[in-house]
Design a protein around this ligand. Structure first.
Ligand code: NOJ
Length: 571
């Protein structure tokens, strides 16, 4: 634990964050949907794992068009998840255990059921009209006719990024679903309303925020058409983004005691931008979730245009971010979350004979990088993709919209389903399996989405007491970050950058060297050429080994997906 007594300004460098997607974590009232009662009942799991921070995906009032990323009241809890009193209880319970709570906050858009939007849409003269992006139909077009949208932008969730509101005959902008209208951050009243709500949460005791798609809040106000119908060039890292984030920092965070965390989700953010966002001297964000490595398997047509990805692609991408933020700024380290397929299926090998070792190898590599690691619920158990074969197994608005849209455009349904099988967000949203009982101990009712087919064997009860489990491996890695300052603060040097199987690097701090070697392949007997390090590792101390009950030396050949960490001091 980093504990909460007198935290340093950058306490989060030695911390590990655990993401709870509450709908799928644990259900305490039998309605089949996870809730705050479920989170409160399972804090032992987090404490046992040793994590420092809980990032809670949205629990605010919401019509759930996008599972809570469509907020209709920022200052209340949705009854589906519980009550504000339970949220207070959660803050207190976490603080008592030396952990912190980071709330997921969605302020690029609200729900269309938010009172702000209801007021804004009520008339062209509404005092809140300008709180959202309203535009008349395209010149020469009547409202509602094809092509009348004010720009040709597509929404992230398929279809046009504009929806006509019959009441006034204008269109409103939504970069995501039609139920998620974008707020107009150009309006200072909007900004102040958001900041005051954020202060309200901090005053209530939460320890910070994970800011949803925060680099989308500043748009090119002329909202031009795009040659490809892509909104990205006009909404990603827009003209006033740094100004807005600096203002947010001043208005919400500045002057408060250290111990808070503000992490931004930033799709389409190059490393040069990330350096600006996370340079402490600029007062914007503490760290960002960049997307480069989770876009490696996307082709030119986007997320569903699958393209092959190799380990070298991953290594080069993460390596570039390590050097890009070495001197200034800070990395968030993640391989999965509620929007991504399971990391073992994507970057590892989820075949039964490789699943556990590849889950451990990915964890070893990720947690030993320089940056703050994020564990997505279930990754600590080595959960895999589901293997969806039917559309009725899916629930996610993005997946369902994409299927309808692509099939309507003439794509082969089987091919569309194959892409969903690999990349649907629902892969990460199956209930967390707590034990091998009926419904995996997740609910006494019917889960809102089917359990993972492996839940009877891959579950928390089967792993928490097993020293050889994926869970225990994660636990050791998290403890190592707390105990060995080189993990949090050391420099990073990639080794064997062109090796297609070995992912290896050295960390260094004040004469302590850590060597991380991992075989990210199915091949046995993989040898790592340690001569390149210029260090003699023969007598180095083995800190972590992924293969149970072995004490390999640094130079010993690696089994498939084997990973190890060594320490040498006084170099
Ligand atoms: C990113 C969130 O992580 C995702 O779940 C959501 O659908 C979009 N932003 C829109 O809020």
């Amino acid at each position: 634990m980093t504990g909460d007594r007198a935290p340093a300004r950058d306490w989060w460098k030695a911390a590990v964050v655990y993401q709870v997607y509450p709908r799928s974590f644990a259900d305490s009232d039998g309605d089949g949907v996870g809730d705050l009662g479920g989170v409160l009942a399972h804090l032992d799991h987090l404490e046992r794992l040793g994590v420092d921070v809980l990032w809670l995906s949205p629990v605010y009032r919401s019509p759930m068009a996008d599972n809570g990323y469509d907020i209709s009241d920022y200052q209340d809890i949705d009854p589906l998840f519980g009550t504000l009193e339970q949220l207070d209880e959660l803050i207190a319970a976490l603080h008592e255990r030396g952990m912190r709570l980071v709330m997921d906050l969605v302020v690029n858009h609200t729900s269309d059921a938010h009172a702000w939007f209801a007021e804004s849409r009520s008339s062209r003269d509404s005092p809140k009209r300008d709180w959202y992006w309203w535009r008349a139909p395209r010149a020469g077009h009547a409202a509602g006719e094809p092509g009348a949208e004010p720009t040709n932008w597509r929404s992230q969730f398929s279809g046009p990024a504009w929806t006509l509101d019959e009441a006034t005959g204008d269109y409103y902008l939504h970069l995501f679903a039609a139920a998620q209208p974008d707020l107009n951050w150009e309006n200072p009243e909007v900004r102040e309303a958001v900041y005051s709500m954020m202060r309200w949460w901090l005053d209530r005791g939460v320890d910070g925020f994970r800011m949803d798609v925060i680099n989308l809040i500043s748009k090119v106000v002329s909202l031009p058409d795009d040659p490809d119908g892509d909104a990205s060039p006009y909404v990603l890292n827009g003209p006033r983004i740094h100004e807005f984030l600096q203002e947010m920092h001043r208005e919400v965070f500045a002057g408060r005691p250290p111990g808070l965390l503000n992490v931004g989700e930033t799709p389409g953010c190059p490393v040069e931008q990330a350096r600006l966002y996370t340079d402490p001297a600029r007062g914007e964000l503490d760290m960002v979730f960049q997307f480069e490595h989770v876009d490696l398997d996307s082709g030119p047509a986007g997320k569903w245009d699958l393209q092959p990805m190799t380990m070298l692609d991953l290594k080069r991408s993460l390596g570039r971010w390590q050097s890009g933020l070495a001197a200034v700024g800070w990395n968030s380290l993640y391989l999965g979350n509620h929007d991504q397929p399971r990391c073992v299926s994507r970057f590892g090998n989820d075949a039964p004979e490789h699943r556990d070792q590849s889950a451990k190898a990915l964890a070893t590599v990720l947690h030993l990088h320089r940056g703050t690691p994020y564990v997505y619920q279930g990754d600590e158990l080595g959960m895999t993709n589901v293997g969806f074969t039917r559309l009725d197994q899916l629930r996610d608005v993005e997946s369902l919209n994409h299927y309808a849209d692509a099939v309507e455009q003439g794509d082969e349904p089987a091919a569309v389903l194959a892409a969903l099988r690999y990349k649907s967000r629902d892969n990460a949203r199956t209930p967390l399996p707590w034990d091998s009982s009926a419904q995996a101990g997740f609910t006494t009712g019917t889960p809102w989405i089917d359990l993972h087919p492996d839940a009877t064997t891959v579950n928390a009860a089967a792993q928490v007491d097993d020293p050889d489990s994926v869970f225990s491996h994660y636990r050791r890695l998290i403890a190592l970050r707390h105990d060995e300052p080189t993990v949090a603060h050391g420099t990073f040097e990639m080794l064997l950058a062109d090796d297609e199987q070995v992912y290896a690097f050295v960390r260094e701090l004040d004469g302590t060297l850590l060597l991380v070697v991992a075989n990210l392949s199915d091949s046995a007997g993989v040898v790592v050429d340690l001569a390149v390090t210029g260090t003699d590792w023969a007598g180095a101390e083995l800190l972590v080994s992924s293969v149970p009950r072995t004490t390999p030396a640094a130079a010993d050949p690696l089994a498939p997906w084997e990973s190890r960490v060594f320490r040498a001091t006084g170099q």
